[in-house]
Ligand binder design. Structure first.
Ligand code: HEM
Length: 481
């Protein structure tokens, strides 16, 4: 009886607190009778249109949610309500441009409460000058010039990964396997963790962590969010242990200041001489481990899907990669100069991200009342930009459903129409890291295998990144060039 009370009472209490919170929000929503708000529906009390939105996430087709409303209301902007908040959805390049160019003016970055609670002191919870400072520090590690030093390491990890998990197999599930590569890279370059057992255990915790990222932040036993909070604590504890040891090793010259992101953050101060606190370092590394492997895992799975389906694209990528290999001595690892030559392969990856963006979009918050497209947007409302509404627009990309890597040749797409990495001052910090890890993997995999898809029309869903519902099984045909 007592045990039941221990579980049920906090759950009931949490439910009432949540109801109260949402009712207050709904009452606040009613306070805008004289404003010309964007057209749209706020949906049911408390849940708004969350379930409609989640349904299209599950179908891997968030664009349907947007298109239905764009057709009904306004092609530029509409309102909805999700996860207890009114949200204004900005559409097309004009919407992207507005949100990306007004950061720190009338809008600022905003993440759902579940993300903010899980990533505590990290960059996702910083705005204005504080955010600029953290971005500068992280970028001093994630820029092309610094990352060039880690490229041979990336190549050797990719080769070892393929030897271990792909070689000798007739069939593999791409999605779970490719995570071992992207996660190992992140663990190695950010924390110098190389032991495969350690990496697999951490990766299991990350799966729990990720599944609670988007949803109601109800921290009671049995919820996805509760499991994610527990996983985040466990990962933090591990990073803290590594950090403590690294500090001693750095002092005693057993570790180098350039060996990974952790050392870099420990030895680098901001312009005023202030060093990042231990808790901030831990939370930012947690953020990068998360942001840095799951998105790339999604892209690599999609690249494998499209290359498996489009033999002429595969042959073109293979030709480019073989030319690069032939210009190198046997066994010589990839350098930045080699990756710069992988132009067609990157156009292919870019077209994959246009057709199937791994991230459906992100959020901002109105810092003050403002007007957009003649509509009033009240302070505090959440604002959403999305990849779909411009990536599939026939006015911006002719025959938008056709795979055509040549769209990215020359000047490429018009500004603000192609936004897989977002834009403006809060644009993805890991774009270069992602480009390198994707191209290094493509280089190694096409030289060793051709493949075909076991389920050619396998569905993908957003959870929260785009992922194959059945894990993307493929049949491997070794080629060994
Ligand atoms: C192909 C892979 C990736 C895609 C498609 C992607 C996409 C995105 C998107 C859409 C955003 C939100 C931008 C916005 O709100 O305007 C973002 C933010 C972010 N990404 Fe990535 N990302 C990828 C890989 C990475 C990697 C490899 C890292 C780290 C090594 C990373 C680190 C971050 C960070 C730290 C932020 C937050 C930036 C801020 O709030 O200032 N991402 N990413």
């Amino acid at each position: 009886m007592e045990v039941t009370n221990l579980v049920v009472l906090p759950a009931v209490l949490a439910f009432f607190v949540l109801c109260l919170y949402f009712i207050t929000k709904v009452v606040r929503l009613g306070k805008h009778p004289n404003l010309n708000l964007p057209p749209g529906r706020l949906g049911w009390p408390i849940v708004g249109e969350t379930f409609d939105f989640m349904r299209t996430m599950n179908e891997g087709n968030v664009l349907r949610f947007i298109q239905e409303r764009v057709e009904k209301y306004d092609a530029r902007v509409f309102k909805t309500s999700m996860f207890g908040d009114p949200v204004v959805v900005f559409c097309g390049p004009a919407g992207n441009k507005f949100l990306f160019s007004n950061e720190n003016k009338n809008v600022q970055v905003w993440w759902p409460s579940s993300v903010r609670k899980l990533l505590r002191l990290s960059l996702v919870n910083k705005v204005g000058d504080e955010a600029k400072m953290v971005r500068r520090l992280l970028m001093s590690f994630l820029n092309a010039e610094t990352l060039r030093n880690y490229l041979p390491k990336m190549d050797s990890i990719a080769q070892r990964h393929i030897d271990t998990y792909w070689e000798g197999k007739e069939q593999v599930f791409v999605y779970p396997i490719v995570q071992l590569y992207t996660f190992e890279l992140a663990c190695c370059l950010f924390l110098s963790i190389e032991d495969s057992d350690h990496i697999s255990k951490l990766s299991l915790k990350f799966d729990e962590f990720l599944k609670g990222m988007i949803g109601f932040p109800l921290n009671i036993p049995g919820t996805r969010f509760h499991r994610a909070m527990k996983a985040a604590d466990a990962i933090r504890k591990e990073i803290r242990m590594i950090l403590k040891k690294r500090k001693v090793d750095l002092e005693e010259k057993r570790a180098s200041a350039t060996q990974d992101l952790l050392s870099h953050m420990l030895v680098t101060s901001d312009p005023s001489g202030r060093f990042t606190t231990e808790m901030e370092i831990i939370d930012n590394i947690l953020l990068l481990l998360f942001a840095g492997h799951d998105t790339s895992r999604s892209v690599l799975s999609l690249v494998m899907k499209y290359l498996g389906q489009l033999p002429h694209v595969f042959e073109h990528v293979l030709k480019e990669q073989l030319e690069i290999s032939q210009g190198k001595e046997a066994g010589q690892l990839l350098q930045l100069e080699d990756v710069q030559k992988m132009k067609y392969s990157w156009n292919v990856a870019s077209e994959v991200m246009r057709l199937s963006p791994p991230v459906s979009g992100a959020y901002r918050e109105a810092k003050e009342d403002f007007t957009y497209a003649d509509y009033n947007i009240p302070k505090g409302w959440k604002l959403h930009w999305n990849t779909g509404s411009s990536h599939k627009d026939p006015a911006l990309f002719s025959n938008p459903e056709t795979f055509d890597a040549s769209r990215f040749e020359g000047a490429g797409p018009t500004p603000f129409s192609y936004v897989p990495f977002g834009g403006g001052p809060r644009m993805c910090l890991g774009q270069e890291f992602a480009r390198l890890e994707i191209l290094v993997f493509m280089h190694n995999i096409v030289k060793r295998f051709k493949w075909d898809l076991v389920i050619p029309d396998e569905k993908f869903k957003y959870d929260p990144m785009l992922e194959p519902v059945e894990g993307l099984a493929i049949r491997l045909h070794p080629s060994h060039f």
